[in-house]
Ligand binder design. Structure first.
Ligand SMILES: Cc1cc2nc3c(=O)[nH]c(=O)nc-3n(C[C@H](O)[C@H](O)[C@H](O)COP(=O)(O)OP(=O)(O)OC[C@H]3O[C@@H](n4cnc5c(N)ncnc54)[C@H](O)[C@@H]3O)c2cc1C
Length: 431
């Protein structure tokens, strides 16, 4: 078993992993290119939503994207770009939009996300300090058909103890009076949670420090030193950082890092937008999903956070004001009293996307001591602690690994490659 882990990336996945490995007794070092909190892990809605554990590539997705192609404020956009990785990625994603792969993905994600809420409760109990809301989630739809379609697609998730109770428009307004009259139907999901994502990242980092985790910030990993079939060290910020285990959790840059280690992976950005409102024109108790608009609204202690939009094809983090305006307009359709005053200052986050919409967790093929923990698409916050558990099981091997082998199998990086690493062979043997 490894003693000394180097985790590349201090997003929510890298931090959850560092926390877990430190708890397991490993010496852990987290290396991050940024100076302080940044990236998708602080620019998201903060939802812990096993009920929404469905892959992005879904039947009807491509048709929807084509219909919205010309709209500059649409919730889903595929930017035409000649970058070969992007073209290959989109072509591959197309194959996963069929009902078979989609349902397989829902089942796989359901079994992974089953234990998520207790793990967040454990964080709180173990002294990770973060703003944690247990008020549940509402999903609001303008039509009954949209609500029924959504409910049917997520049926396997209700089976894992995450009910979605159908409500009429009036019943929804009883719970959230700010919802407008055009909301006709919805779902109440009492088991879902939400956090302040900035606070969660800080809380995890603080707890990691208390557990002795070392942080190297402002240190971009630009290369690796190999020793036979293993990585001996990464080059970061002008120094070599050595270890006997390396975890790649660098968000949208994980594919490039995996290439440095000899095995590229198809992780591409899915850009999202959001803004924080402190105007107080609307008050909510629950996190609310504005169904047809695909906008998430999270009531936090000091602000209301709005997030949405999925834009494929761009690594840049610039704010396109038309997309931001699309979120404001949708918010006003569902929450008629919402008035941001001045145009909000927006932010963006790059979701690490995979062609099949499933995370990549497990051994990097061809390398004996590299694990990948990335590609969490729209569910990185939700799946962070359970991802760390899977990483921990790979590190421990033996019984711990065989217990999670079935759950972990659909997420193995090996599905995107033809190579097999020693660790993957161990997993196969333990089934
Ligand atoms: C608008 C929006 C809303 C979302 N809402 C939700 C939600 O409600 N619930 C949910 O579960 N998920 C949500 N998500 C998805 C979630 O935010 C992501 O899946 C998650 O943050 C990914 O975390 P990560 O740690 O993999 O990546 P990141 O947060 O991107 O972190 C990666 C880190 O790696 C570092 N890095 C990159 N390259 C290098 C390198 N070469 N060397 C060193 N460091 C490097 C970066 O600096 C960064 O700190 C949302 C995303 C967006 C954009």
């Amino acid at each position: 078993m490894a003693d000394n882990a180097v985790i590349v990336g201090a997003g929510v996945i890298g931090l959850a992993t560092a926390y877990r490995l430190a708890r397991d007794g490993l010496a852990a070092t987290v290396v991050d290119a940024a100076d302080g909190e940044s990236g998708a892990s602080v620019h998201n809605a903060g939802w812990i939503v096993p009920i929404m554990s469905a892959p992005v590539p879904a039947p009807g997705m491509v048709g929807q994207a084509l219909r919205w192609m010309a709209r500059k404020d649409s919730p889903l956009h595929i930017r035409p770009t000649p970058r070969p990785e992007h073209v290959r990625f989109m072509a591959s994603m197309l194959r996963y939009c069929r009902p078979g792969p989609f349902h397989h993905g829902v089942e796989a994600l359901a079994s992974l996300s089953e234990r998520v809420v207790p793990l967040f409760d454990q964080y709180a109990a173990d002294g990770v300090r973060f703003e944690y809301h247990r008020t549940g989630q509402l999903m609001a739809f303008r039509t009954l058909e949209a609500m029924r379609g959504y409910r049917a697609a997520t049926a396997p998730l209700q089976r894992i103890g995450h009910p979605a109770v159908p409500l009429s428009g009036d019943e929804l307004r009883d719970l959230e009076p700010a919802l407008g009259r055009q909301v006709q139907a919805g779902l109440r999901c009492p088991q879902e949670r939400h956090v302040d994502p900035v606070d969660l990242v800080r809380g995890l980092k603080d707890r990691c420090r208390e557990l002795g985790v070392r942080f190297l910030e402002n240190c971009e990993v630009t290369g690796v030193r190999l020793r036979g079939p293993a990585v001996a060290a990464v080059h970061a910020g002008g120094e070599e950082v050595g270890g006997d285990l390396f975890v790649l959790s660098a968000g949208v840059h994980t594919g490039r890092l995996a290439r440095l280690a000899g095995c590229p992976l198809p992780v591409q950005p899915g850009k999202g937008y959001g803004f924080d409102d402190t105007g107080g024109t609307v008050a909510l108790r629950h996190s609310v999903y504005l169904g047809e608009a695909k906008v998430a609204v999270s009531p936090l202690s000091d602000r209301l956070r709005f997030a949405g939009t999925m834009e494929f094809g761009s690594f840049d983090t610039a704010v396109d004001r038309r997309r931001l305006h699309g979120i404001v307009r949708s918010a006003q359709e569902f929450l008629p009293d919402f008035s941001p005053g001045a145009p909000p200052r927006g932010w963006t986050g790059l979701r690490p996307m995979t062609p099949d919409g499933l995370p990549v967790i497990g051994p990097l093929p061809g390398k004996d001591n590299v694990l990948v923990a990335s590609g969490h698409c729209m569910l990185g916050v939700t799946l962070a602690p359970v991802t760390a558990e899977v990483v921990s099981a790979y590190v421990a091997g033996g019984r711990q690994l065989s217990e999670i082998a079935g759950t972990a199998r659909p997420f193995a990086p090996q599905r995107f490659t033809s190579g097999r690493s020693a660790a993957t062979r161990n997993l196969t043997a333990s089934r």
